[in-house]
Design a protein around this ligand. Sequence first.
Ligand SMILES: Nc1ncnc2c1ncn2[C@@H]1O[C@H](COP(=O)(O)OP(=O)(O)OP(=O)(O)O)[C@@H](O)[C@H]1O
Length: 269
Amino acid sequence: MAAAEDISEDTNAFANPHEGDIILSAKGVTVGFGSKIVLKDLDLEVRKGEVLGFVGGSGMGKSVLMRTILGLTPKRAGKIKVFGYDLETASKDIRTSIERRWGVLFQQGALFSSLTVKQNIQMPMREYLHLSPQLMNELATLKLELVGLPQDAADKLPSELSGGMIKRASLARALALDPDLVFLDEPTSGLDPIGAAAFDSLIANLSATLGLTVYMVTHDLDSLHSICDRIAVLGDKKVLAIGTIDEMMENDQPWIKSYFRGERALRRT
Ligand SMILES: Nc1ncnc2c1ncn2[C@@H]1O[C@H](COP(=O)(O)OP(=O)(O)OP(=O)(O)O)[C@@H](O)[C@H]1O
């Protein structure tokens, strides 16, 4: 317990007193590859503690935006602040502290195939913290419990897990450092509807109990209806609209209308 307190104290050493209610902001962000511009002059604000669903047609740039926010894809213009800090101008120590305050679940789960589930969960701990093997084992046990995986999953390789278990194990790894913010790229894709619904309620629970802010790219209408506080729609290289599901249902922009009130959407009711 004492060690867990140490971790959070250490993490908070770089907390920005001016963070406010906006945990992430993007202003005028432009990203391109060669002559192709994917995002242009994009603005976005994510509020502390919300579950924000990100939708948009295939190839519109949802993953590119997420990778740009994470600092993995360079931008051509604009400013992105996370926890009140601009990653581009922040010192190395601040950048490291920011990376410790977020967790990421990439589209395919992206677990290391040659490592066990426990070793995967402990990867971020090894990278950012100096903990004894015993404490890391205790923390991995807690994370497995948190995401609803049985303890005997700890020593399994990803190839021995079902799709739903891989998602949960990836989420456990994303939560390894007790983040304030998690990025989830299509977390329910490939799951059957029951598995997807279970994963949704897990996310909603974590958000409610841990105060976690969730940035979730998804195509899953059920997730958007059941757990998202707000939804952002990406199109025309920018955020076309952002608001609650009710606001999306009333929006008459053609893509938004057909997405939320089209044939596929009506079939789910
Ligand atoms: N490294 C890269 N080099 C060149 N083009 C890229 C690169 N990464 C992404 N793109 C292009 O950027 C565009 C947006 O891709 P992105 O993967 O962000 O779409 P998406 O909205 O996440 O799509 P989907 O819903 O299908 O996953 C695509 O046209 C893609 O080909």
